[in-house]
Design a protein around this ligand. Structure first.
Ligand SMILES: Cc1ncc(COP(=O)(O)O)c(C=O)c1O
Length: 378
């Protein structure tokens, strides 16, 4: 593997996430306190958490937790689940286990950077762009054209970071059929599944519908609990799972035991947590839409299909990079300029920015954004 480049998005967040007054670009839903999570626990779960032994835990993840995770799928059992320290570790393990220098990978652009830079560090990779003129959707014919005899992995992510797109189900089925025909694994980053406006229709998990599918999920986003650092991959392929388990020995070795107990409590209450987070999206989206309707000359807005993110266009003369820079430096409002999402595998739109609407307290941030724009117009 060649040296990995800086992770632009995470580098930007390292600088600003805890410094900016108004975080308006988060991809995670509003979190809750440890106290509030423990209030959902049964007496036995509370005792198990407080009395737990703080030694190493099983690399695969606690057996009862894997069983609970399996119930979030239609067809999976605990044996098909491998836990990770967040989604990021799962992305690393999947790419390093499935790819070698002779393989080829296909990724969509724009993307969460590790989905691109990890395959690129290992082997040849082709980017297939999502098309803004087609609702940011994926053209399956373009994927077919990118396939080579040595293509081993296709990575997708719906709802998609940063556009919030959900692939139409007929295209999802066509993609699976295509990959099945060529023996290609699909790593589906499904970490925003369940999040969006209430009653949003999400795709079936890839592990349930494809024998070479790797379903990546985590507590970080739809559940709003990134501090737990518990993620997992569900997969029907026992050999791939076992190789990733051995890769994990080089990474975190095992999960944090207390986090495993807390994740079990959260997943036992998953419907309530997801309903609460979707309700936050329901409340926030119309506020953003009202904001954009005040500035038709500055922004092009399209309502996303799912998640708590969107990727609108900024039309001001100074460009989106400068707009976002001044916004955070002068007014403390953090957005992500689309340049963070630039790809080495093809052009990405230069005039977009990511916003997030899964957090509470949006009004104060929108007021600061309004004030910033008015000040600059005066
Ligand atoms: C699409 C996507 N995948 C993976 C991750 C990493 O998730 P985690 O913080 O659980 O490692 C993120 C984080 O923003 C993401 O947006």
């Amino acid at each position: 593997m060649t040296t990995l480049p800086d992770f632009r998005l995470e580098t930007h967040f390292s600088k600003w996430e805890f410094k900016a007054k108004y975080h308006m670009t988060a991809s995670d839903a509003e979190s809750i306190s440890l106290r509030d999570l423990l209030a959902m626990a049964t007496p036995d779960q509370r005792e198990a958490f407080e009395g737990m032994w703080l030694g190493y835990t099983e690399t695969w993840g606690a057996p009862d937790l894997r069983e609970t995770i399996a119930t979030t799928y239609a067809e999976q059992s605990a044996a098909n689940i491998l836990c990770f320290a967040g989604a990021s570790e799962g992305i690393f393990a999947a790419n390093t286990v499935l790819l070698d220098k002779d393989s080829h990978a296909i990724v969509v652009t724009p993307n969460y950077q590790s989905h691109e830079t990890l395959p690129v560090a290992i082997c040849e990779a082709t980017g297939v762009p999502l098309d803004p003129e087609d609702g940011w959707s994926l053209d399956i014919d373009r994927v077919a054209a990118a396939i080579r005899p040595n293509t081993r992995l296709m990575t997708i992510n719906f709802p998609h970071n940063p556009t919030g797109t959900i692939l139409p189900s007929d295209r999802y089925e066509a993609l699976i059929a295509l990959c099945r025909k060529h023996g290609i694994y699909i790593l589906h980053d499904e970490i925003f599944n369940g999040l969006g406006q209430t009653a949003t229709q999400h795709l079936p998990f890839i592990a349930d519908v494809y024998e070479r599918g790797l379903s990546l999920n985590v507590m970080s986003k739809s559940y709003g609990l990134p501090g737990l650092r518990i993620g997992w991959i569900a997969c029907q392929d026992a050999d791939v799972l076992s190789k990733m388990e051995r890769m994990k020995h080089y990474l975190s070795i095992c999960n944090s035991g207390p986090s495993e107990r807390l994740t079990r409590i959260a997943l036992d209450n998953r419907q309530a947590l997801l309903a609460r987070n979707c309700a936050i999206v329901d409340e926030n989206l119309p506020k953003w839409e009202a904001f954009f309707s005040r500035y038709p000359d500055l922004f092009d807005w399209r309502r996303p299909d799912g998640s708590c993110m969107a990727f609108p266009r900024y039309k001001g003369p100074e460009g989106v990079e400068e707009f976002c820079r001044r916004l955070v430096e002068e007014s403390g409002v953090l957005l992500l300029p689309g340049t963070i999402y630039k790809s080495d595998l093809g052009p990405t739109p230069p005039d977009r920015f990511r916003l997030g609407f899964g957090r509470t307290g949006l009004d104060a941030g929108l007021a600061a954004l309004d004030a910033h724009i008015m000040r600059n117009r005066a």
